[in-house]
Design a protein around this ligand. Sequence first.
Ligand code: ARG
Length: 458
Amino acid sequence: MWGGRFAEGPAAVMREINASIPFDKRLWKQDVAGSKAHVAMLGAQGIISAEDVAAIDAGLDKVAAEYAEHGVTDDLALEDIHMATESRLAELIGPAAGRLHTARSRNDQVATDFRLWVRDAIDSVDAGLTALQRALVARAEEHAESVMPGFTHLQAAQPVTLGHHLMAYYEMVRRDRSRFADARVRMNESPLGAAALAGTGFPIDRQATAKALGFDRPTANSLDSVSDRDFALDYLMAASQASLHLSRLAEEIVLWASQPFGFVSLPDQWSTGSSIMPQKRNPDAAELVRGHSGRIMGCLTSLMVTMKGLPLAYSKDMQDDKPPVFEAHDLLALSIAAMTGMIETLTFRTDRMRAAAEAGFSTATDLADRLVRVAGVPFREAHHITGTVVKLAEGKGCALSDLTLGELQAVDARIDEGVKAALSVDASVAARASEGGTAPARVREAVAKARAILEAEA
Ligand code: ARG
């Protein structure tokens, strides 16, 4: 394609290090779409003849049909997807193919293709995350009243409802989706027409190609257009953050599925066995979601480090932009799908959760709160009295609610009859009805709001 200046072909290793076709063939649809938009514009602007436009356009359709049927060959001699497509086009339609690259460079071509690809990737991630939200909301509704221990420092803190816990992840996913949406808005500008770096002398119409490819507008600066990869970094940052959230949920599933917790059991479909220990039932999918998150963050680091030292405009280092994005996307898509499947099918062992919530003196705050509310005791003093009560229960090896009124009043006479009811885990969660709180009524409210949002989007 650029042999005019060269007497000899590249060394074999040169060919190998230079080629991106083994991975950038994934851009074939976007490459064909970009070329079709470009050639239509060249025709409309009178830069090439209507005859050539028709031949090139039909030829591109043919190449696309071949790719769809047989895949793209890994021919290193063709270097990248752009050259592969053009060379096949030339085989199919002859010399007219040579007019396609008028007023264009592979630099603006790859920037365009890759943006189109990342835009599609964002749309598919958004669909996946929406499905995950639906799963979380459905399970949250089912467990609006199920009581479990809420933890801080992984120590039983206060009882919460399982529905509330699941809705916490709904909120994280909501923000993750908004990060992808922000990235999509920012990146939706067309670099096509920036040519190699400086623009072109041909009377091109960048508005037309931008519109044809679904971009909001052309990019403003040709140098920036061919050297910017922050749209890919935006994607990777959003992907890293989303995977980080998935990883935390995965970690909870791993923890909850362990015998000492026993809060969930995974169905057969989502478990693996051990080749040596017949009793094992391992949460491998959750562990891999946790593991993949680290790899996705590695992809982000990889591209940041690739870009940080590059002067304007294009440098070949930038060819290495694609593998980390493809890898992160595949890992994220798989992680979202696996997490959705697990959430949909997990069995929550609400009996075990309730017992754990009851065991950890987790309603101690409710005793202190009641002393404040009913007897007007200052909170600090109530905290101290409650600490003494916890010590008493601990010494007797019983729950707070098992202590008799007499025993409680021996600690402080201001403790009243009604305290017994207030110390149950159900009373405790029901009391936490402040906005955003864990009370079943609040969870149902959050679920209804989430459903309304999801339905409006659908
Ligand atoms: N395969 C190249 C890449 O992905 C396409 C751009 C090549 N541009 C160039 N000036 N050699 O970056």
